[in-house]
Design a protein. Structure first.
Length: 178
């Protein structure tokens, strides 16, 4: 069990071979949505070979940036950033905007500072790559995630919108990068 006063954990770039472990971290995160999601909601397919394949493709994208936090027994969290586009279908790039595609930490590591560390590293990498702002989407019903992102300087832009693949309402959050 991690200490609750951890402020730093070793991180490294995610490798294609990490994809299944990262898919399982995503699945563990999505599974916690059941606590606040509407009755009958089911997590998206994650944690399996299909999600690992999708993640592997995202990790090797030339414009992607990723970081894995490693605990004593392997990955405990990760962040994945790509260039932002106007819509999820990659219609048109948003100049100077990075999109935080995934940030998941195993529930046993919540409150340890791992998510904040990964987010700080992602923002610093985005700035180093010439981005001015960072955007993300998070579920409108996920109070814990919203509180975290607001503490980290994100503000909501616009109204909630329905995301059909996730079957939840999402909100869009933005912040400047350092």
């Amino acid at each position: 069990m991690p200490r609750r006063d951890d402020t730093s954990i070793p991180t490294r770039p995610a490798l294609p071979g990490d994809a299944l472990a990262l898919a399982r971290i995503s699945a563990a995160g999505f599974d916690t949505y059941r606590a606040w999601a509407p009755a009958g909601w089911a997590p998206p397919e994650s944690g399996d070979a299909t999600d690992a394949s999708r993640l592997r493709a995202q990790l090797v994208h030339p414009a992607a940036w990723s970081r894995v936090a490693d605990g004593e027994r392997g990955p405990v969290g990760f962040a994945l950033v790509q260039p932002a586009f106007t819509v999820n279908t990659r219609a048109e790039p948003l100049e100077g905007v990075a999109h935080l595609l995934r940030l998941f930490v195993l529930p046993a590591w919540w409150g340890t500072g791992v998510a904040a560390q990964l987010l700080r590293e992602a923002a610093a990498a985005a700035a180093a790559d010439g981005y001015d702002r960072m955007r993300l989407w998070t579920p409108a019903g996920h109070a814990r995630a919203q509180a975290f992102y607001r503490r980290e300087g994100f503000t909501q832009v616009g109204d909630a919108f329905e995301e059909p693949q996730l079957a939840l309402s999402l909100i869009e959050l933005w912040r400047d990068v350092p």
